[in-house]
Design a protein around this ligand. Sequence first.
Ligand code: ADP
Length: 388
Amino acid sequence: MSIGEDRYPYPVAHIGIIGGGQLGRMLVAAAKRIGCVCTVLDPYPNSPAGQLSGQQIVGTYHDPAALRELVTACDVTTFDIEDIDTDVLAELLREGHRIYPCPGLLADIQDKLRQKQVLADAGIPSAGFEAADAPSAEAFAAFGYPLVQKARRGGYDGRGVQVMREAADFAKHLPVPSLVERFVPARLELAVMVARGQDGGTVAYPVVEMCMRPAENVLDLLIAPARIDAATAAAARRLAVDTVEALMGVGIFGVEMFLTEAGELLVNEVAPRTHNSGHYTIEACTTDQFEQHLRAIAGLPLGATDLLCPAAMLNLLGEPGFKGRPVIRGLRAALAIPGVSVHLYGKAETRAHRKMGHVTVLDADVEQARAKAEQVRALIRIEGEEIA
Ligand code: ADP
């Protein structure tokens, strides 16, 4: 990679990606566009990202030899998941390899309790919390209901999060080291993608609205821009940038927040990577989140984040009751709607609620975009060749 001089050999950079899922896949697509090549590390051969990059190391994210092989072969390494052995990465960083975001920050974020502490120390507002390393009915009652229990490690897409309204709900607690958090009566859940370059410069994307599926605490529908007033949007973007600056992260970050009934903004959590709430940027923004991340970690100038058109985004989840090779129903009908883009992730097997793809709908009128997304939801189904 060129340092200083504006002259690059081709390929421009060899990027290592730990994690071969859909985020990695979309990162590889963006990397190819800007003249980079990628090698992916994933435990499963022919992973969604590996299919596109053509180069994959098969190994786990905790395998020191596999991590070393990847990082030493690449100019810069990044990740599309968080559950990685950060000690090995820290060692490789000390040896002079480039890894963004840096392993120390990943370690802070992997542990939800540490993440909350780091943000609280930096003065970033979030829901009040307490450590709960050995969850007990007494400790939860003393903290006070309603509360939200969160596993310190390993949770994602709502797994590892338990909302408890009253003491009787302790029966469904997670028996793992956790934190407890005040239940936030949220008017809306918002997210802002922020990229920070190696020079400390930042760019923020528009504020988006995340509609969650309450039973599973998982993203159901995303609306860009969020239907909030300009002052709240400006405050949310400011808070997201402050958060990423406090973490001194390099790369792209998804900052999830609550807008409370009282109009207050509280940071929920930070993803140190591209994020489901940023998929809409592929069609709807000047620079998409994947290219933006690559620009940040490769030391290239950050791109413009303008919203070119309002959008709605819907995840395509595996239909319960099916498994095996996916079968896509309703694709033709969905694509017949103007403004609809379908993304399928190349996963060899479907299962209930697995993220198999997503759909972005553009429309000059955000309510129309949302209505079309609901139409698409009723049309497309990801079934499987086998009955589960
Ligand atoms: P994950 O890492 O699994 O996405 P989150 O911390 O983002 O976990 O929680 C998932 C969802 O649970 C949130 O999007 C929100 O809907 C709900 N939730 C999390 N924390 C709280 C809270 N303190 N108050 C109310 N709802 C919450």
